[in-house]
Design a binder for this molecule. Sequence first.
Ligand code: MG
Length: 328
Amino acid sequence: MPRDELPARWAAHHALGPGREFDAVRAMLARWGDLTRGVGDDAAVLDVPPGERLVVSTDASVEDRHFRRAWLTPGEIGYRAATAALSDLAAMAARPLGLLLAITVPGSWRDDLEAIADGIGDAARAAGAPIVGGDLSGGRELAITVTVLGTAASPVGRDGARAGDAVYATGRLGGPLLALRALERGERPDAAYRDRFARPRARIAEARWLAERGATAMIDVSDGLAADLRHVAAASGVRIVLDPDSVAAAAVSGAELADALASGEEYELALTAPRSARVEALEAALGVAIARIGRVEEAGAGGGGVELAGAGEGARVDLPRGHDHFSS
Ligand SMILES: [Mg+2]
Protein backbone atom coordinates (compact mmCIF):
# COMPACT_ATOMS: atom_id res chain seq x y z
CA MET A 1 0.00 0.00 0.00
CA PRO A 2 1.55 3.37 -0.97
CA ARG A 3 2.31 5.70 1.93
CA ASP A 4 -0.25 8.29 0.95
CA GLU A 5 -2.98 5.64 1.09
CA LEU A 6 -2.24 4.67 4.67
CA PRO A 7 -5.15 5.28 7.03
CA ALA A 8 -4.64 8.48 8.97
CA ARG A 9 -5.83 6.86 12.17
CA TRP A 10 -3.06 4.30 12.08
CA ALA A 11 -0.46 7.04 11.96
CA ALA A 12 -2.06 9.36 14.46
CA HIS A 13 0.26 8.53 17.36
CA HIS A 14 3.95 9.19 17.44
CA ALA A 15 5.34 7.13 20.29
CA LEU A 16 7.19 4.85 17.89
CA GLY A 17 8.45 7.81 15.90
CA PRO A 18 6.54 8.78 12.79
CA GLY A 19 8.73 6.87 10.35
CA ARG A 20 8.98 3.65 12.31
CA GLU A 21 5.35 3.60 13.27
CA PHE A 22 4.45 4.18 9.68
CA ASP A 23 6.62 1.23 8.69
CA ALA A 24 5.09 -0.96 11.40
CA VAL A 25 1.56 -0.15 10.31
CA ARG A 26 2.42 -0.73 6.68
CA ALA A 27 3.98 -4.09 7.55
CA MET A 28 0.85 -5.17 9.46
CA LEU A 29 -1.47 -4.09 6.68
CA ALA A 30 0.68 -6.02 4.21
CA ARG A 31 0.34 -9.16 6.38
CA TRP A 32 -3.44 -8.82 6.41
CA GLY A 33 -3.79 -8.13 2.70
CA ASP A 34 -7.41 -8.24 1.55
CA LEU A 35 -8.56 -8.94 5.09
CA THR A 36 -8.52 -5.18 5.65
CA ARG A 37 -11.61 -3.34 4.55
CA GLY A 38 -12.47 0.32 4.49
CA VAL A 39 -9.23 1.47 6.12
CA GLY A 40 -7.82 4.66 4.67
CA ASP A 41 -10.31 7.19 5.93
CA ASP A 42 -10.74 8.81 9.33
CA ALA A 43 -13.28 6.18 10.30
CA ALA A 44 -14.72 3.02 8.80
CA VAL A 45 -18.17 3.09 7.25
CA LEU A 46 -20.08 -0.19 7.51
CA ASP A 47 -23.50 -1.24 6.31
CA VAL A 48 -25.82 -2.97 8.74
CA PRO A 49 -28.18 -5.31 6.88
CA PRO A 50 -31.80 -4.10 7.04
CA GLY A 51 -33.73 -5.65 9.89
CA GLU A 52 -30.59 -6.52 11.86
CA ARG A 53 -29.13 -4.90 14.95
CA LEU A 54 -25.58 -3.78 15.59
CA VAL A 55 -23.78 -5.87 18.26
CA VAL A 56 -20.56 -4.41 19.66
CA SER A 57 -17.99 -5.59 22.19
CA THR A 58 -14.42 -4.78 23.18
CA ASP A 59 -11.80 -6.84 24.96
CA ALA A 60 -8.30 -5.99 26.24
CA SER A 61 -5.37 -8.44 26.42
CA VAL A 62 -2.57 -7.07 28.58
CA GLU A 63 0.87 -8.62 29.08
CA ASP A 64 1.35 -10.27 32.49
CA ARG A 65 -2.35 -9.86 33.17
CA HIS A 66 -3.96 -11.93 30.45
CA PHE A 67 -0.91 -13.68 29.05
CA ARG A 68 2.79 -14.20 29.63
CA ARG A 69 5.37 -13.83 26.95
CA ALA A 70 7.11 -17.08 27.88
CA TRP A 71 3.95 -19.14 27.46
CA LEU A 72 2.79 -18.26 23.99
CA THR A 73 4.23 -17.30 20.63
CA PRO A 74 3.58 -13.73 19.43
CA GLY A 75 1.21 -15.16 16.82
CA GLU A 76 -0.75 -17.03 19.49
CA ILE A 77 -0.97 -13.87 21.61
CA GLY A 78 -2.48 -11.97 18.68
CA TYR A 79 -4.76 -14.86 17.80
CA ARG A 80 -6.08 -15.22 21.35
CA ALA A 81 -6.66 -11.50 21.76
CA ALA A 82 -8.81 -11.38 18.64
CA THR A 83 -10.56 -14.68 19.42
CA ALA A 84 -11.52 -13.48 22.92
CA ALA A 85 -13.30 -10.48 21.42
CA LEU A 86 -14.88 -12.43 18.56
CA SER A 87 -16.14 -14.99 21.05
CA ASP A 88 -18.27 -12.28 22.64
CA LEU A 89 -19.97 -11.76 19.29
CA ALA A 90 -20.52 -15.51 19.12
CA ALA A 91 -22.08 -15.43 22.58
CA MET A 92 -24.70 -13.04 21.19
CA ALA A 93 -25.21 -15.18 18.08
CA ALA A 94 -24.00 -12.27 15.96
CA ARG A 95 -22.34 -12.39 12.57
CA PRO A 96 -19.05 -10.43 12.52
CA LEU A 97 -19.08 -7.21 10.54
CA GLY A 98 -15.60 -5.96 11.37
CA LEU A 99 -12.84 -5.72 13.92
CA LEU A 100 -10.83 -2.73 15.16
CA LEU A 101 -7.53 -2.89 17.02
CA ALA A 102 -5.78 -0.64 19.50
CA ILE A 103 -2.27 -1.99 20.05
CA THR A 104 0.25 -0.66 22.56
CA VAL A 105 3.66 -2.07 21.74
CA PRO A 106 6.83 -1.60 23.81
CA GLY A 107 10.21 -1.50 22.13
CA SER A 108 10.98 -5.05 23.27
CA TRP A 109 8.03 -6.36 21.25
CA ARG A 110 8.48 -4.37 18.06
CA ASP A 111 10.20 -7.18 16.17
CA ASP A 112 7.23 -9.43 16.97
CA LEU A 113 4.58 -7.08 15.66
CA GLU A 114 4.19 -8.79 12.29
CA ALA A 115 3.83 -12.20 13.94
CA ILE A 116 1.22 -10.73 16.30
CA ALA A 117 -0.54 -9.27 13.25
CA ASP A 118 -0.50 -12.72 11.60
CA GLY A 119 -2.19 -14.24 14.65
CA ILE A 120 -4.83 -11.52 14.69
CA GLY A 121 -5.34 -12.07 10.99
CA ASP A 122 -5.79 -15.84 11.49
CA ALA A 123 -8.51 -15.28 14.06
CA ALA A 124 -10.24 -12.59 12.00
CA ARG A 125 -10.18 -14.76 8.89
CA ALA A 126 -11.49 -17.81 10.75
CA ALA A 127 -14.43 -15.73 11.99
CA GLY A 128 -15.04 -13.96 8.68
CA ALA A 129 -14.36 -10.56 10.28
CA PRO A 130 -12.58 -7.96 8.14
CA ILE A 131 -10.14 -5.62 9.90
CA VAL A 132 -11.65 -2.18 9.47
CA GLY A 133 -9.44 0.10 11.54
CA GLY A 134 -6.88 0.45 14.24
CA ASP A 135 -4.51 2.49 16.29
CA LEU A 136 -0.88 1.80 17.16
CA SER A 137 1.03 3.33 20.05
CA GLY A 138 4.16 2.80 22.12
CA GLY A 139 3.92 1.94 25.81
CA ARG A 140 5.36 -0.10 28.66
CA GLU A 141 3.52 -3.39 28.18
CA LEU A 142 2.10 -5.13 25.18
CA ALA A 143 -1.63 -4.53 25.17
CA ILE A 144 -3.99 -5.56 22.39
CA THR A 145 -7.50 -4.19 22.61
CA VAL A 146 -9.88 -5.64 20.07
CA THR A 147 -13.26 -4.11 19.33
CA VAL A 148 -15.66 -6.24 17.36
CA LEU A 149 -18.76 -5.22 15.47
CA GLY A 150 -21.41 -7.66 14.40
CA THR A 151 -25.03 -7.92 13.42
CA ALA A 152 -27.89 -10.15 14.39
CA ALA A 153 -31.60 -10.08 13.69
CA SER A 154 -32.25 -11.54 17.14
CA PRO A 155 -29.22 -11.36 19.44
CA VAL A 156 -29.25 -14.00 22.18
CA GLY A 157 -28.56 -12.48 25.60
CA ARG A 158 -27.95 -13.92 29.05
CA ASP A 159 -31.41 -13.14 30.32
CA GLY A 160 -33.57 -15.56 28.37
CA ALA A 161 -33.17 -18.78 30.39
CA ARG A 162 -36.53 -20.12 31.60
CA ALA A 163 -37.45 -22.81 34.10
CA GLY A 164 -37.76 -26.08 32.21
CA ASP A 165 -34.97 -25.29 29.76
CA ALA A 166 -31.99 -27.60 29.57
CA VAL A 167 -28.41 -26.34 29.92
CA TYR A 168 -25.78 -27.23 27.34
CA ALA A 169 -22.08 -26.62 26.72
CA THR A 170 -20.14 -26.99 23.50
CA GLY A 171 -16.70 -28.53 23.16
CA ARG A 172 -14.62 -30.30 25.77
CA LEU A 173 -13.83 -28.26 28.84
CA GLY A 174 -10.78 -28.09 31.09
CA GLY A 175 -7.89 -27.96 28.61
CA PRO A 176 -6.88 -24.33 29.12
CA LEU A 177 -6.80 -24.75 32.91
CA LEU A 178 -4.65 -27.88 32.71
CA ALA A 179 -2.29 -26.12 30.29
CA LEU A 180 -2.10 -23.12 32.59
CA ARG A 181 -1.34 -25.29 35.60
CA ALA A 182 1.57 -26.94 33.80
CA LEU A 183 2.90 -23.59 32.59
CA GLU A 184 2.72 -22.13 36.07
CA ARG A 185 4.76 -25.07 37.35
CA GLY A 186 7.33 -24.38 34.64
CA GLU A 187 6.40 -27.58 32.81
CA ARG A 188 5.49 -28.16 29.21
CA PRO A 189 1.73 -28.76 28.93
CA ASP A 190 0.28 -31.78 27.18
CA ALA A 191 -0.04 -30.83 23.49
CA ALA A 192 -3.82 -31.22 23.46
CA TYR A 193 -4.26 -28.95 26.49
CA ARG A 194 -1.82 -26.42 25.12
CA ASP A 195 -3.72 -26.32 21.84
CA ARG A 196 -6.98 -25.60 23.66
CA PHE A 197 -5.19 -22.82 25.55
CA ALA A 198 -3.27 -21.29 22.64
CA ARG A 199 -5.69 -21.83 19.75
CA PRO A 200 -9.28 -21.61 20.99
CA ARG A 201 -12.02 -21.09 18.42
CA ALA A 202 -14.69 -18.43 18.57
CA ARG A 203 -17.89 -20.43 18.03
CA ILE A 204 -19.45 -17.98 15.58
CA ALA A 205 -21.17 -20.40 13.21
CA GLU A 206 -22.14 -22.74 16.02
CA ALA A 207 -23.76 -19.93 17.98
CA ARG A 208 -25.86 -18.79 15.06
CA TRP A 209 -26.93 -22.37 14.41
CA LEU A 210 -27.90 -22.77 18.06
CA ALA A 211 -29.80 -19.47 18.04
CA GLU A 212 -31.76 -20.56 14.98
CA ARG A 213 -32.69 -23.77 16.81
CA GLY A 214 -34.09 -21.84 19.76
CA ALA A 215 -31.31 -21.17 22.28
CA THR A 216 -32.91 -18.97 24.93
CA ALA A 217 -29.74 -17.65 26.65
CA MET A 218 -26.10 -17.92 25.74
CA ILE A 219 -22.68 -16.92 27.06
CA ASP A 220 -19.13 -17.75 26.05
CA VAL A 221 -17.03 -19.58 28.63
CA SER A 222 -14.35 -17.02 29.40
CA ASP A 223 -14.24 -17.00 33.22
CA GLY A 224 -15.15 -20.67 33.71
CA LEU A 225 -18.36 -22.63 33.22
CA ALA A 226 -19.67 -22.15 36.76
CA ALA A 227 -18.82 -18.44 36.90
CA ASP A 228 -20.28 -17.75 33.47
CA LEU A 229 -23.47 -19.71 34.10
CA ARG A 230 -23.85 -17.71 37.30
CA HIS A 231 -24.12 -14.62 35.08
CA VAL A 232 -26.85 -16.33 33.07
CA ALA A 233 -28.72 -17.35 36.22
CA ALA A 234 -28.51 -13.82 37.62
CA ALA A 235 -29.57 -12.12 34.39
CA SER A 236 -32.42 -14.57 33.84
CA GLY A 237 -33.55 -14.72 37.48
CA VAL A 238 -33.37 -18.51 37.58
CA ARG A 239 -31.51 -21.33 39.29
CA ILE A 240 -29.22 -23.49 37.17
CA VAL A 241 -28.72 -27.04 38.42
CA LEU A 242 -25.77 -28.83 36.87
CA ASP A 243 -25.46 -32.59 36.67
CA PRO A 244 -21.95 -33.41 37.93
CA ASP A 245 -21.63 -36.59 35.86
CA SER A 246 -22.60 -34.79 32.67
CA VAL A 247 -20.18 -31.93 33.31
CA ALA A 248 -17.41 -34.42 34.05
CA ALA A 249 -18.23 -36.26 30.84
CA ALA A 250 -17.90 -33.00 28.90
CA ALA A 251 -14.36 -32.49 30.17
CA VAL A 252 -11.26 -33.18 28.11
CA SER A 253 -9.59 -36.46 28.90
CA GLY A 254 -7.54 -36.05 32.06
CA ALA A 255 -9.65 -33.20 33.43
CA GLU A 256 -11.92 -33.63 36.43
CA LEU A 257 -15.29 -32.15 37.26
CA ALA A 258 -13.71 -29.26 39.18
CA ASP A 259 -11.45 -28.47 36.23
CA ALA A 260 -14.36 -28.40 33.79
CA LEU A 261 -16.26 -26.06 36.11
CA ALA A 262 -13.34 -23.69 36.67
CA SER A 263 -11.44 -23.61 33.38
CA GLY A 264 -11.61 -20.19 31.75
CA GLU A 265 -10.66 -18.82 28.34
CA GLU A 266 -12.35 -21.83 26.76
CA TYR A 267 -14.42 -19.71 24.38
CA GLU A 268 -16.90 -22.54 24.18
CA LEU A 269 -20.59 -21.70 24.47
CA ALA A 270 -22.80 -22.34 27.47
CA LEU A 271 -26.47 -22.04 26.66
CA THR A 272 -30.00 -22.84 27.64
CA ALA A 273 -32.69 -24.13 25.32
CA PRO A 274 -35.91 -26.11 25.59
CA ARG A 275 -35.34 -29.85 25.16
CA SER A 276 -37.60 -29.68 22.11
CA ALA A 277 -35.04 -27.47 20.34
CA ARG A 278 -32.82 -30.54 19.90
CA VAL A 279 -29.63 -28.52 19.95
CA GLU A 280 -27.65 -31.76 20.38
CA ALA A 281 -27.86 -32.05 16.58
CA LEU A 282 -25.05 -29.43 16.50
CA GLU A 283 -22.50 -32.20 16.60
CA ALA A 284 -23.85 -33.88 13.48
CA ALA A 285 -24.43 -30.55 11.72
CA LEU A 286 -21.18 -28.71 12.44
CA GLY A 287 -18.89 -31.31 13.99
CA VAL A 288 -18.59 -29.61 17.38
CA ALA A 289 -19.36 -31.58 20.51
CA ILE A 290 -22.27 -30.47 22.65
CA ALA A 291 -23.47 -31.93 25.92
CA ARG A 292 -26.56 -31.46 28.03
CA ILE A 293 -25.16 -30.66 31.45
CA GLY A 294 -28.06 -29.48 33.54
CA ARG A 295 -31.44 -27.86 33.86
CA VAL A 296 -32.99 -24.51 34.60
CA GLU A 297 -35.35 -24.19 37.57
CA GLU A 298 -37.33 -21.40 39.15
CA ALA A 299 -35.13 -19.35 41.45
CA GLY A 300 -37.46 -20.29 44.32
CA ALA A 301 -36.92 -19.45 47.96
CA GLY A 302 -33.25 -20.41 47.79
CA GLY A 303 -32.63 -17.71 45.24
CA GLY A 304 -30.98 -18.11 41.87
CA GLY A 305 -27.45 -19.07 41.13
CA VAL A 306 -25.73 -22.25 40.07
CA GLU A 307 -25.52 -25.49 41.98
CA LEU A 308 -24.61 -29.09 41.46
CA ALA A 309 -27.38 -31.68 41.57
CA GLY A 310 -27.13 -34.10 44.45
CA ALA A 311 -25.52 -31.58 46.75
CA GLY A 312 -28.50 -31.80 49.08
CA GLU A 313 -31.35 -29.43 49.72
CA GLY A 314 -29.95 -25.96 50.14
CA ALA A 315 -26.38 -27.25 50.38
CA ARG A 316 -24.44 -24.97 48.10
CA VAL A 317 -21.34 -26.53 46.62
CA ASP A 318 -18.40 -24.19 46.61
CA LEU A 319 -18.30 -23.56 42.90
CA PRO A 320 -15.40 -21.57 41.46
CA ARG A 321 -16.11 -17.88 41.15
CA GLY A 322 -13.96 -16.96 38.16
CA HIS A 323 -11.32 -14.29 37.79
CA ASP A 324 -11.25 -10.80 39.17
CA HIS A 325 -8.72 -8.74 37.28
CA PHE A 326 -8.59 -6.15 40.06
CA SER A 327 -7.98 -8.72 42.79
CA SER A 328 -4.18 -8.52 42.63
MG1 MG B 1 -18.30 -13.15 27.06
